[in-house]
Design a protein around this ligand. Structure first.
Ligand code: C5P
Length: 234
C-alpha cells in the first residue's frame, strides 16, 4: 500500500514569505511542494531550511533535456535530500532511466521519482494541432504512464480525474500525485479538471497537491486540516 498524504504547493516568490507561511503550522509538519518560482527565487537555501524544519519536500522542477544532462542535474539534486522530484515523461524512456541513475545516491537510496504526463493546461486541440500528436489525451496519459513505469519510475503527476485510468493501466502500486483539488464550496481559480479531497481518494490518488485552497485561505492551518480529513479521513 502506498503512503497517502496532502502536499501543500508553496507557490511563493521568496524565502521570507514561505517561512512566514510555514510558521503558522505549530502542530503539524506538512509535506511541502517547492516549484520553479520558489526554487529559482530562493535556491537551495529554502530547500535546506524547510528540510531542517522537518518537512518532507517534493521538488517540482519538471526536468526535460537530453538524458546525459538530466542524469547530471539529478546527481546534483540527489544531494539536496528531498523526498520526491520529477521529470517530463515526454523526454522518453531513455531520459527517465538516466534520471533514476543520476538520482540514485552511492548508498543505493534515492528520492521518489515521478513523471509529468500531459500538463493539465494542454488541451487535446493544442496537442493535435501544435504538437501533432494524433491521439486522445487519455491515451497519451496512459502511454506516458506506462513508459514511466517501464523506466522504473515510482508514479506520475496527473489530474485526479485520471488517477483511476493510470491505476488500471499501471497497477495500484504505481503512484498518482494529483493537483487540481478544490473544496466543494470554493472557487476553481484557473484549474479546469478538479475534484475534492474526498473524491480524489476514492478515484485513487496517493498524494494530493493543494495550493491556493490552503495558501490563500483565511486560516491556512484549518484549511490544511480540512484537506487531511477529507483525503485521509482523520
Ligand atoms: O493553487 P493550486 O491548488 O491550483 O496549485 C496546484 C499546484 O500544482 C501548482 O503548484 C501547480 O503549478 C501544480 N500543478 C498543476 N497541474 C499540473 C502540474 C502541476 O496544477 N498538471
Amino acid at each position: 500500500m502506498n503512503a497517502k498524504d496532502v502536499i501543500i504547493a508553496c507557490d511563493f516568490s521568496s524565502k521570507e514569505a514561505t517561512l512566514e507561511f510555514l510558521d503558522k503550522f505549530k502542530e503539524e509538519k506538512p509535506f511541502v511542494k517547492i516549484g520553479m518560482e520558489l526554487y529559482y527565487a530562493a535556491g537551495n537555501d529554502i530547500v535546506k531550511e524547510i528540510k531542517r524544519r522537518g518537512h518532507k519536500i517534493f521538488l517540482d522542477l519538471k526536468l526535460h533535456d537530453i538524458p546525459n544532462t538530466v542524469k547530471k542535474a539529478m546527481r546534483v539534486l540527489s544531494e539536496l535530500d528531498v523526498d520526491m522530484t520529477n521529470v517530463h515523461a515526454a523526454g522518453t524512456i531513455e531520459m527517465m532511466r538516466a534520471a533514476i541513475e543520476g538520482l540514485t545516491r552511492p548508498d543505493g537510496t534515492r528520492p521518489l521519482l515521478i513523471a509529468v504526463t500531459q500538463l493539465t493546461s494542454t488541451s487535446e486541440e493544442a496537442m493535435r494541432n501544435q504538437l501533432l500528436i494524433d491521439a486522445t489525451i487519455g491515451d497519451t496519459i496512459i502511454k506516458y504512464a506506462q513508459n514511466a513505469k517501464e523506466a522504473g519510475l515510482d508514479g506520475v503527476v496527473c489530474s485526479p480525474l485520471e488517477a483511476g485510468i493510470v491505476k488500471d493501466a499501471c497497477g495500484n502500486e504505481f503512484m498518482t500525485v494529483t493537483p487540481g483539488i478544490r473544496f466543494a464550496d470554493s472557487g476553481k481559480d484557473d484549474q479546469v479538471r478538479i475534484t475534492t479531497p474526498e473524491r480524489a481518494r476514492e478515484i485513487g490518488s496517493d498524494y494530493i497537491v493543494v495550493g491556493r485552497p490552503i495558501t490563500a485561505a483565511e486560516d491556512p492551518v484549518e484549511a490544511y486540516r480540512k484537506c487531511v480529513k477529507g483525503f485521509l479521513g482523520k
